[in-house]
Write a protein that binds this ligand. Structure first.
Ligand SMILES: Cc1cc2nc3c(=O)[nH]c(=O)nc-3n(C[C@H](O)[C@H](O)[C@H](O)COP(=O)(O)OP(=O)(O)OC[C@H]3O[C@@H](n4cnc5c(N)ncnc54)[C@H](O)[C@@H]3O)c2cc1C
Length: 404
């Protein structure tokens, strides 16, 4: 009769070897814990490699709880304060990785995101963390609530037992590089609540006639302020074939729920566009309205906006004040309800996730299941665009790494 293989025991088993999982492994390993990281991907760091346009916006020097969306906005405070961005920057510098600030505190590698993957791999090797790649999880069970080992995990690479089990399997965005709903399913298996999820940092699709109207502007980028659910960003929007992308639209999509309005001011530096036109009129300016407008917004957009409101090519004196007012309103307060956001194939993150009420904000441990931890994007903590999501991955991984 064939002998059943003995399970392999490890102190800490981490499912998901992305940023959060590796950070947890490094800090648990530094405490002398024997760690195994399991991932169904064949190669490490898929998300990191595609992040920040291939240069990984690995943190933000201004990261604070204010830049995170969660049902409990206080949850992220403890972890972020114990592992601030300066800690990760110190690690980047100790690995002699060249980096720069692009804007608004966003730190990027000068060369390639591969440098961050290599850093994490080396730090994991220093603590002799064991990797099981191309490994799929078949079953997870609690075998003892009080004694070691607590968990038994059956996988395509054999059975593992562990004292701590850390779920770092990320969210649903970009399924083609390995995203899965594993963490949410596991949370449900243990009766933990999961906050509704949605793709975020993905921009908007327009609906109805707006699609045909604005797709003519595809490829055009415009500085604006964008407001959604009371949160305003000053960045660029990028018109696409189906809607709006660019940093401003990505940021707004994180705050958008079905049915919400989005409001855009296309001339954010002009306090009152109508008053500006009236002043020009008073001065006897006879230019075409669209030419005047193109002093402030790209001419393709100026032409389209004028065409939508009166016969194009009208000089300023021939346009009624009423028509001008409508035009200005449209430009400074363009309000619409998007058909949706773009979706998980493009989303940088998943909003929602394992309910923070189920977890300790200090350790990320489940309040219901001793020894079970959730870290990184799988948790209902989602950062703005700009390095905040990696900062959460590092900070929550560090928090769990102190105790697992
Ligand atoms: C295109 C893009 C660009 C981005 N750019 C930035 C940026 O510049 N700055 C920033 O801060 N954030 C950025 N993000 C967001 C950031 O990448 C994530 O928030 C972060 O990687 C989350 O880390 P994580 O470790 O929690 O999850 P992940 O990095 O997603 O890691 C999860 C791991 O779990 C594995 N896994 C999933 N399911 C299973 C399973 N069933 N079994 C075994 N393993 C499994 C996956 O293969 C993966 O390796 C970007 C995201 C995308 C998609």
């Amino acid at each position: 009769m064939a002998q059943l293989k003995e399970p392999i025991h490890t102190d800490v088993l981490i499912i998901g070897a992305g940023g959060a999982g590796m950070m947890c492994a490094i800090h648990a390993g530094r405490r002398g814990r024997h760690v195994t990281l399991l991932d169904h991907a064949e190669k490490l760091g898929g998300k990191i490699l595609i992040s920040g346009g291939g240069r990984c916006n690995f943190t933000n020097t201004g990261a604070s709880p204010a830049q995170y969306v969660s049902q409990n906005p206080h949850f992220c405070k403890s972890a972020l304060s114990r592992y601030p961005s300066s800690e990760f920057v110190a690690m980047v510098e100790s690995h002699k990785i060249a980096y720069h600030e692009k804007k608004l505190g966003q730190l990027f590698c000068d060369h390639s995101a591969q440098a961050i993957v290599t850093l994490l791999e080396r730090e994991c090797a220093n603590v002799e963390a064991n990797f099981e790649l191309d490994c799929s999880v078949q079953n997870v069970e609690v075998i003892s609530e009080t004694e070691s080992p607590r968990f038994k995990v059956q996988t395509s690479n054999g059975t593992f037992t562990s004292d701590s089990l850390v779920i770092a399997s990320g969210g649903l965005s970009i399924p083609k590089i390995g995203a899965s709903g594993f963490g949410y399913q596991l949370a449900k298996q243990f009766n933990l609540k999961v906050v509704d999820r949605a793709p975020a940092l993905d921009g908007f699709v327009l609906q109805g006639t707006s699609v045909q109207t604005f797709c003519a502007l595809s490829g055009l980028s415009v500085d604006c302020t964008i407001t959604c659910n009371g949160v305003t960003f000053r960045e660029n929007i990028l018109f696409t074939h189906t809607g709006l992308s660019g940093p401003a639209a990505l940021q707004a999509s994180l705050h958008w729920y079905t049915g919400n309005e989005v409001k855009i001011n296309l001339t954010p530096d002009v306090p009152d566009l109508f008053a500006w036109f009236m002043q020009k009129k008073k001065e006897g300016n006879k230019s075409l309205v669209k030419n005047l407008l193109s002093e402030m917004i790209p001419s393709r957009l100026a032409d389209l906006m004028c065409e939508l409101h009166f016969p194009s090519a009208l000089p300023l004196p021939d346009v009624s004040e009423k028509a001008l007012k409508v035009l200005c309103e449209k430009i400074q307060s363009w309000t619409f309800v998007p058909g949706g956001t773009v979706g998980y194939n493009k989303a940088e993150v998943t909003r929602g996730g394992v309910d923070t009420n189920e977890l300790s904000s200090k350790t990320m441990e489940s309040k219901k299941v001793k020894g079970l931890y959730f870290i990184g994007e799988v948790v209902d903590v989602t950062g703005w665009l700009g390095g905040y999501n990696f900062q959460w991955a590092w900070a929550s991984g560090f928090a769990a790494g102190q105790v697992v």
